[in-house]
Design a protein around this ligand. Sequence first.
Ligand code: ADP
Ligand code: MG
Length: 879
Amino acid sequence: MDQTPLMKQYLQIKKNYPGSTLLFRVGDFYEMFYEDAVSASKILNIALTSRDKSKENGIPLCGIPYHALNSYLSKLIKAGHQVALCEQMEDPRFVKGIVKREVVRVISPGTLVESELLEGPGNNYFASISIHPKVSAFAYIDISTGDFSCATLDGDFAISDLCSELDSLVPRELLVPEGTFSDPRLKSIELNPKWKIHLLPRESFASDNNIFALQKHFRNSDFSRFQREDQKAALSAAGALFTYLMAMVKTPLSHVTELKWIRPEHYMVMDFSTHRSLELTQNSYNGKREHSLLSVLDKTETSMGGRKLRKWIYRPLIQPEEIVKREDAVEFFFTGFETSQRLRGNLKTIHDLERMISRISLNSCNGRDLIALKNSLAPLSSIPQHFKTPLPSLLETLLEKWDNLDDVFHWIDASIVEDPPLSIKDGALIKRGYSSELDDLKSLGFNLKSTLANLETEEREKTGIDSLKIRYNQVAGYYIEVSKGKTGRVPDHYQRKQTLTHAERYTIPKLLELESRITESEKRIKDLEGSLFEKIRALVSAESPRILAMADRIATLDILSTFAEVARDRGYVRPVISADNGLKILEGRHPVIENILPVGQFVPNDLILDAHTHMMIITGPNMAGKSTTMRQAALIVIMAQMGSFVPAKECTFGIVDKLFTRIGAADYLTQGQSTFMVEMMEAAHILNSATSRSLIILDEIGRGTSTFDGISIAWAIAEFILKHLGTRTLFATHYLELTGLSLAWESAKNFNIQVKEQNDEIIFLRKIAAGIADRSYGIQVARLAGIPGEVTQRAKEILKDLEDKTLSREAIPNRLRFANDRGTTVSEVAAFPSQEENRQREMIEILKKTDHFNMTPLEAINLIHRLKLMLDEKREGSS
Ligand code: ADP
Ligand code: MG
């Protein structure tokens, strides 16, 4: 097939970007061809045409105007496309034949930098993982902020820890070495719809090459000293990611100034299900941020503070000194209301420094970005003035060698006009007085314009045509316009350019010469402005490390003062760290639920775990508030170890090294595992890794299987914790049988959340008290939920039967006939064992185990006596 040179060039370029939608710049448009055009036209809702309309099967084509690029890009990216942006690398006016074109950037959800394309101020990560026999490594980068980190995980739970890490990072894309997913433990990563996975050949993760790539970028670090297996694993993940991104972005990532090593072991360990069930950053009903812990705490004034706060939530500290440092700083703001207010007044005016720096470094900024940066640097100098010594040590460190960035401020202030245009190519960017060369060019241009005005007056006088005008338009350039009636007076040397209905347009040699001088001067002005802008941009970009360091300090100041503000608004107190493994919360509240309920409606509760009580077994009907009480304890511990104040009247706690939350019957079916399997895997995880310093929350564990299985497993798990771990544990259950644990174990105590019955109605008191709940009140709760009266009435009958223990095998068929009419299956009801059946089974078991050939007559009599007692017990029960 004959191809035009343009299409040849297109296909040549497209060949290198098979997985991307190629946006091919042609003049004022980005054009798409073939398959790209077909699918993009649908997503963008634009016309699909054909390149050569004369032919029947022309090449499909669609296009978008260059100035509307971002809005179309965002639609393509949202629809899951990766876009290769191909620009004209030469000015077509100065080129004969085909202009040079190149892909300047590949854009995908994980490589966005434009605020129009990013969703909100949160981190936008691209991550990579690398699984080794002994360790699992991961790395992640947010090129919109320059945040680049890596870490390794080891031990038996490295893989599930990795899943939790990814869960908290929520990367948009993930690089994975080929073959990784043959490991079934990684199913939840493979199948997670939140990120797009790119499988890369294993060689891309070869650590030596990657260390080399990192070394080339981070010249000041020495990567060769990292020789341990775990270190090399982390660097291979980081290097593969970095190399991949460089190829996408095609610009040096100069704002990525540091590769941070995260040491997960320096923070409280929380697993995936803990993140979820505690609703740390997203609620469980729609996955959004509202009604999460983050939503309560995030009153930060800056985007940097908001992003960092989210990280703090996922990484509570475990070093008491570090926690105390944060608490001291929060207290400083808590008591120093004015300082806090003044600081926050300044913070309000600081824009997203990290994102601005990234755009500036990646050369995708305009004059407005620089002005926004300047305005955000302006308040820096006032901040230290609000603080009066003596300062708590963390604040002292933050304010030490405070960098106002005056130089950067002044570079921009001296050069860029206050209200610059969107484009950096159209001039009008640079302030007068910044460059004498530019000012000279501009006054020259000004002179040319006045020469033009003079020429107009001259020609009017010479020709005597009053209405003669010199005008300009983009197509015709400069011309002399004479209205139709006056054309008779036009001199001979006027050359006709254009005829309109009402006028004629001419030019003359003098005008032609002037025009070329004006065009030339304008081009020189624009070029010079462009290169001056580029110089300033480069100058600012070179200071990224300093600016980012200040952004980081600002983020921390923001969070600390935010904690103080929230504490003041909500009546939180400073928690006290103790050396023991206790947890004492007096009048604790759930930070999120207390916010949702009308003021004063939340009932505060005490909760004390100490040397005498390792485990609280909490019973109470559904809806009583068991889960709430337990989660509130976990949230209070997390808040305390983040350095925040807590919603309680008083709180003393021993550091929690690992926090486990197992909430029964969560739905992970989408991830290919049955609920019960997940529940047991998580329980196994807890039993294998909890220490005496941990906190375990077991909410209705064992719910995912049959009643007796459930009770037995829950019992055995609790027993294991009490016997071998001694871990602080909160254990909620609706199986009243489990309260028996307290008889065997002194450190297990029974509590219940109180309810009151009034005229067959249940009233929730929400107060926790010592002792066991008297019964389940399931039917009352069902009525509360709007179950029809007929059903609850029937349920009451059945309950009575069950409680009377008369539901024997003989009694079942009668009830079944009735039940069947309502669609219940026989086996379901029959499978429900009665108390008597259990006893019978137990008696049979005893007989089976008896070795009657080796029994003394006395032992035999005793056995018969015991069996008879069991029979009698049954009679008593049923009478
Ligand atoms: P359970 O786990 O016992 O079934 P939940 O903890 O889920 O009960 O609580 C059910 C609802 O009761 C919560 O969503 C909340 O609205 C309310 N609630 C729980 N505890 C309290 C409390 N202390 N004060 C006020 N309302 C509460
Ligand atoms: Mg519950």
